[in-house]
Design a protein around this ligand. Structure first.
Ligand code: ZN
Length: 92
């Protein structure tokens, strides 16, 4: 049913699946302007997708190129803490 609506809308709207699929192209700004803004619009109303794209952006180090997406100061540290926690949580 969602595919049916997608056809009617003619690519002006994107759904979660498409956002996830296109997220790296979106971050690289390799999509047509209409698609970029369609994804931007989706992110503005879809928390999970926004969180995914922001995490992906920080992971591939593109945050500095994306003024619209700002990394919370604690994000990097918390990722580092998580990584360390996974590897060395044995009390000594
Ligand atoms: Zn979504």
């Amino acid at each position: 049913m969602r595919g049916f609506f997608k056809k009617i809308l003619g690519g002006g709207e994107v759904d979660c699946d498409e956002v996830l699929r296109l997220s790296s192209d979106y971050l690289e700004e390799e999509l047509p302007a209409a698609k970029q803004s369609a994804i931007q619009f989706h992110l503005s109303k879809c928390g999970p997708c926004k969180a995914f794209v922001e995490t992906l952006a920080s992971t591939i180090g593109l945050l500095s190129r994306l003024p619209r997406i700002t990394a919370p100061p604690g994000l990097k540290q918390s990722l580092i803490d998580q990584t360390r926690g996974d590897k060395g949580s044995s009390p000594s």
